[in-house]
Design a protein around this ligand. Structure first.
Ligand SMILES: [Zn+2]
Length: 425
């Protein structure tokens, strides 16, 4: 398929051709950090009716091809929860493994949307290895999709995330798993950055990768199709906030299209109580994240209710980043207690018979808090992004294959000489 988009810098407006550049992550002008956004040649919302899952929305994805495997967001309503909360138009977007609903994402998280989009953006000629750092779900998704499509992929994770590194098909030889001991997510990001200074490695780019954002943004598209309107409210638990930025960007495309309404959804975001730098910054309406001593932040991140919600350096302040998304949508932040999150997860499991991951539990708990705080009107259209679920079920069903690490590092070995020696370069 032909590329049908250009990239535009949100700060200076410069436009880039991604065909020529290949896999651009940053503007080359001399200004502060800013996002690139994709402008698609197809302006209107034109899902491909015959396709299910993410590639249904291929006209609004920055990709060069589609794969035969298309992770699918399942949008549904639960009468009991709607009644309990007194909400008339409450919709859940479930991203995970759910066999009774033919769902959707076998590795049990919405990060499959990211992997299926990012890997489809790579030029066919790319021989180098794409490097992804992760605290869990992203790593698992890239291990799976890299293996399925035989794409050179390296996943760097802190050791605590190793139990979450599994696939549903055997890990391919071209896919490598790197484990960093006694480390948190940010340490893993740093090691990945250093590895990317060497050939034959290059960075996936995280939030700066438009394919990552627009892949995750398809949750907004699936939700809008199911509701038949742009939702009035969008709920998600956040670590980096990339999924929320993605939802906001996709909502703007829907507004430009016009058929589902002209309003921006209000972002209702949440973090777990032990790690709240985004919630704290937004509470002060500050574009700058609070300064936390490194050891204190690392300790808090490692004991967090959900480690994937504890990114120490999220893309909050850059132009087009999370601060702008919150400011423009009059966003709100919630910090449910760990106990509230756990209870929300148990309720969902009882009613629907499928487990939520801890980030999704935090998100569901934040919906309960929003109702208690009366921040939503009972008649409004509400979309709740349940970003992960079904991992326990997948294990119980015998669907998971633990991924064996290929390389181990200690934090002291995060230097070029040791990296080359360990990777055999
Ligand atoms: Zn620029």
């Amino acid at each position: 398929m032909a590329l049908s988009y250009t990239l535009r810098c949100v700060e200076c407006g410069k436009v880039f051709d991604d065909v020529e550049k290949g896999f651009l992550l940053n503007c080359d002008e001399n200004h502060g950090p800013a996002m690139l956004q994709a402008d698609y040649s197809v302006d209107g919302f034109e899902p491909v009716a015959s396709v299910k899952g993410i590639y249904r929305y291929q006209n609004w994805l920055p990709i060069r091809k589609t794969f035969e495997r298309s992770p699918e967001t399942i949008v549904f309503q639960n009468e009991t929860i709607s009644e309990k909360l007194g909400l008339e138009n409450l919709y859940f977007a479930f991203n995970g493994y759910w066999p009774e609903r033919n769902g959707g994402m076998p590795t049990a998280s919405f990060k499959e949307l990211e992997a299926a989009s990012v890997l489809a953006r790579l030029p066919e000629t790319e021989q180098r290895s794409i490097v992804i750092s992760s605290a869990g779900n992203t790593g698992r998704a890239f291990l799976e999709y890299g293996s399925q499509f035989k794409i050179n992929t390296m996943v760097v994770v802190p050791e605590f995330a190793l139990p979450q590194m599994w696939t549903t098909i055997p890990k391919a030889d071209c896919v490598k798993l790197v484990v960093l001991k006694d480390a948190d997510y940010f340490d893993a990001i740093q090691l990945a950055n250093h590895i990317c200074e060497l050939e034959p490695y290059f960075p996936e780019g995280g939030a700066k990768n438009v394919a990552r954002r627009d892949g995750m943004g398809t949750v907004m598209l699936a939700g809008t199709e199911a509701i038949n309107a742009i939702p009035d409210h969008y709920f998600q638990a956040v670590g980096s906030g990339t999924g929320a930025i993605a939802a906001w960007e996709m909502a703007w495309r829907l507004i430009t299209d016009g058929q589902f309404g002209q309003h921006l959804p209000r972002l209702h975001l949440s973090q777990a109580e032990s790690f709240t730098i985004l919630a704290d910054a937004w509470a002060k309406q500050s574009r700058t994240l609070p300064e936390i001593p490194e050891e204190e932040a690392r300790a808090a991140a490692m004991k967090a209710y959900s480690p994937v919600l504890s990114n120490r350096k999220p893309p909050y302040g850059p132009t087009g980043g999370l601060f702008d998304a919150l400011a423009e949508s009059l966003g709100l932040f919630y910090v449910p207690t760990d106990e509230q999150a756990k209870r929300a997860g148990e309720l969902f499991q009882d009613l629907e018979g499928i487990d939520l991951d801890k980030a999704a539990e935090v998100c569901l708990a934040s919906l309960f808090n929003a109702v208690a705080e009366k921040t939503i009107n009972p008649k409004d259209n509400i979309l709740v992004n349940l970003t992960g679920g079904g991992a326990l079920r997948a294990k119980a069903d015998g669907k998971t294959i633990p991924a064996t690490p290929d390389f181990y590092f200690t934090k002291e070995q995060d230097n070029m000489d040791d990296i080359k020696a360990i990777l055999g370069l």
